[in-house]
Design a protein around this ligand. Structure first.
Ligand code: GSH
Length: 214
């Protein structure tokens, strides 16, 4: 079997999700650290986003497509339940996380810290203040979603949790969202539980971009 490469920086939530999926399945891979819009990424993703994957002659982009390929090609436990309804519910949450949660929590809110760290160190407070009132109801929805079992679907760790845990981790890392998280009944406990998972610990990024502001 040729060498499997997961390409992208470890701080990317989508690279992290993909690496959690590999670790859960026990699939060995080489992590090639590369920023978005660099030649090895642009060669695979039409819009230069990470992660991208190489496996012999096979190249793929988009975390969900990469994880789907790895799940079918390699042996090991799947993060998708066998039950079709539960599997569809996992896909439903993964889609909601990518299309609704991530654009607000990471791209709008956490990006204020990333942009400050990469720029002049000044945090755009208006960007944060605009995001927080929109985040509050989403935190409440996600708090309810994990209330019953501590998982998004069923009572075991699925791909939905592999997609969600990195986002909650980032929310706990910066002050306004950490304060929101501290007020939740279940979401902080959800993070504490899943962050301790070996697959999550083994792949957890260090040198977080916002830490450069301290
Ligand atoms: N839908 C993509 C999202 C990937 C994504 O947005 N990656 C970010 C890093 S976390 C990126 O490459 N951003 C650069 C850009 O959007 O130009 C996936 O599931 O892989």
């Amino acid at each position: 079997m040729p060498d499997l490469q997961i390409i992208g920086i470890p701080q990317s939530a989508y690279v992290w999700m993909t690496r959690i999926a590999c670790a859960e399945k026990g699939v060995p891979y080489r992590h090639v650290v590369a920023l978005p819009h660099t030649p090895e990424v642009d060669a695979i993703h039409p819009f230069g986003k990470i992660p991208v994957m190489r496996h012999g002659d096979v190249t793929l982009c988009e975390s969900r497509a990469i994880i789907s390929y790895i799940d079918r090609v390699f042996d090991g436990p799947s993060l998708l339940p066998r039950d079709p309804i539960a599997a569809a519910q996992v896909e439903q949450w993964a889609s909601i996380i990518c299309t609704t949660i991530d654009p607000l929590w990471l791209r709008q809110y956490y990006a204020a810290y990333v942009l400050a760290a990469r720029g002049n160190g000044v945090i755009d407070r208006a960007r944060i203040e605009a995001a927080i009132p929109k985040m509050e109801p989403q935190f409440a929805v996600m708090d309810r979603a994990v209330a019953k079992t501590g998982h998004l679907v069923g009572d075991s760790f699925t791909l939905a949790d592999a997609y969600f845990t990195p986002l909650v981790f980032y929310m706990n890392a910066v002050p306004e969202s950490a304060a929101l998280l501290a007020k939740t009944s279940h979401l902080k406990a959800y993070l504490d539980r899943h962050i301790a998972r070996p697959s999550v610990q083994q792949t957890k990024p260090t040198n977080l971009v916002h830490e450069m502001l301290r």
